[in-house]
Design a binder for this molecule. Structure first.
Ligand SMILES: NC(=O)c1ccc[n+]([C@@H]2O[C@H](COP(=O)([O-])OP(=O)(O)OC[C@H]3O[C@@H](n4cnc5c(N)ncnc54)[C@H](OP(=O)(O)O)[C@@H]3O)[C@@H](O)[C@H]2O)c1
Length: 248
């Protein structure tokens, strides 16, 4: 394992597009065995076909991260296929930004269910295996909004602050099990994320912002590879990165 990536079993939620898809592609190219979860089965299948067609090992498991049994099945599929799980990337998320006064309460619920509870279900599914192995690595996806709050994204920012809090608590608790814990906080990266914004004014503002500054999804994948490829006694805990042009 010269790059500390080759041969590793990596589970990625939200692998059907954006950051998860780019990460699956990069890690598979580096020799990782990827096990990919998301709801859009057709997208997962074409990605796994592409990766296996290039000689990689990739498995797709249709997964809704709001359903804890489905997340457990995703992780258990990886363990059954490969005998272990080395890295759990809790990446699935959505960002329907809108001012609180719009009262988009269903969207608040979905952000809490996917961005927070989905991460917890990923931890719950992978932690027992990693404890048994006395090895593993959690990579949880927060955001610059996990560091900054602003008008129009209070709930999204709250969910991403929660991801950082959970990750830091997890980091401290898993010391006896030799588990590494990384939280990655991206700025604007060109993915399908802005498509989930339903408030017209917010959608227009975000579309314009992303068109001006967003960087390719491979930027995120490289940060994952950086954290994974450190020697086992080095635990990269936090990475914040932005497009060079992004101010806040
Ligand atoms: N792009 C950015 O600028 C940026 C910045 C900071 C943080 N992030 C974070 O990065 C993560 C990935 O987002 P992205 O930018 O790659 O956006 P994206 O292209 O929209 O991808 C989101 C992924 O999450 C999956 N997903 C959504 N709901 C799900 C559910 N209930 N169960 C399982 N999977 C679900 C989607 O798959 P299905 O729809 O097929 O289920 C998709 O694969 C998110 O946590 C986001 O908050 C992104």
């Amino acid at each position: 394992m010269s790059n500390n990536i080759e041969g590793k079993v990596v589970v990625i939620t939200g692998a059907s597009s954006g950051l998860g898809e780019a990460t699956a592609r990069l890690l598979s190219g580096e020799g990782a065995h990827v096990v990919l979860g998301a709801r859009r089965a057709d997208r997962l299948k074409s990605l796994t076909d592409e990766l296996t067609g290039r000689g990689g090992k990739a498995i797709a498991v249709t997964t809704d991260v709001t359903q804890r049994d489905q997340v457990k099945k995703l992780v258990n599929t990886a363990v059954q296929a490969h005998g272990r799980i080395d890295v759990m990337i809790n990446n699935a998320g959505l960002m329907p930004q809108a001012p609180l006064e719009r009262l988009k309460i269903d969207e608040w619920d979905r952000m809490i269910d996917i961005n927070i509870k989905g991460v917890l279900y990923g931890i719950a599914a992978a932690l027992p295996h990693m404890q048994r192995q006395k090895a593993g690595h959690f990579i949880n996806v927060s955001s610059v909004a996990g560091h900054k709050v602003g008008p129009g994204f209070a709930v999204y920012a709250a969910t991403k602050h929660a991801v950082r809090a959970l990750s830091e608590g997890l980091r401290q608790e898993v010391k006896p099990y030799n588990i590494r814990t990384t939280v990655i906080s991206p700025g604007a990266v060109a993915t399908e994320l802005p498509n989930g914004v339903t408030d017209p004014a917010a959608a227009e503002r975000i579309r314009k912002f992303y068109a001006e500054v967003a960087i390719p999804a491979e930027s995120f994948a490289r940060t994952v590879a950086f954290a994974m490829s450190q020697p086992d006694d080095v635990d990269i805990n936090e990475i914040v990165f932005r497009p060079t042009r992004q101010e806040i």
